[in-house]
Design a protein around this ligand. Sequence first.
Ligand SMILES: C[S@@+](CC[C@H](N)C(=O)[O-])C[C@H]1O[C@@H](n2cnc3c(N)ncnc32)[C@H](O)[C@@H]1O
Length: 267
Amino acid sequence: MNVDPFEQIKQAQKQGWVHFVPLEALTTPAAAKLVRHAGVQAGQRVLDVACGTGVVAITAARAGANVSALDLTPELLARAREHGEVAGVKVDWHEGDVEKLPFQDAEFDVVLSQFGHIFAPRPQVAVSEMLRVLKTGGTIAFSTWPPEEMVGRSFAITSRYMPKPPVEVPPPPMWGDPDVVRERLGTQVTDLVFERDRMLVPALSLQHFRANVERSVGPVRKLVEMLSQSDQGKLAALRKEMDALAAEYLVDNQVRQEYLMTRGRKS
Ligand SMILES: C[S@@+](CC[C@H](N)C(=O)[O-])C[C@H]1O[C@@H](n2cnc3c(N)ncnc32)[C@H](O)[C@@H]1O
């Protein structure tokens, strides 16, 4: 049977991100920054794609927006629903794929994604879906990892240890390069604004930092599981490279992870 290679990638993503929950403590403050960067207003129809445990969606709902949110991973959506109940806000949660959004054309005033849509294997398909559901004049905004910063560089390291994917896909941190963002959004989006910010990740030691990444970041967790069964030498080499990278960014028990926020208007 011929399995669609893009579906294979998405199945792997879906399994890998199940363990993401502890990292919501880090993406929660960033969510407030993205919602502010996007200028979300009360009464607006907002969509959060690749919402994970819902930190952006709930922040937007608390600001009075009418929010829908979508993610590939049902376990994270279950957590998102709990968060919505605790916060006392209503969000319309959907299990689904950013490359095939279950919404009408021009339904939303704002479409957001925090470190999420970057994992769709076909950036152009994700962009055209995010723009399709956005009204003319509406805002698209997202947070992404620049390739030259800590997280972008760690993607480059881990990708050298990973098996070849079933089909070639662009590395997610390309979404952190403003030139690539401009090219991918094309003429359909105007008034682009870029803003850099940083996430400070508490870490008692380099080993603690690495252990957290290996436990909770889907693609890294899968890679470590695979290497621990197939090649201990390679696993040790990967860990050495990851520790050397994190050491460059560890100051006062915090690892500095710079990221990029983008905002634009659909023309
Ligand atoms: C790093 S997490 C970010 C979650 C959340 N936005 C946050 O900031 O906490 C990446 C998320 O992307 C989701 N994801 C990956 N590929 C996706 C796709 N094709 N469609 C929808 N969600 C996807 C994963 O399930 C995961 O929840």
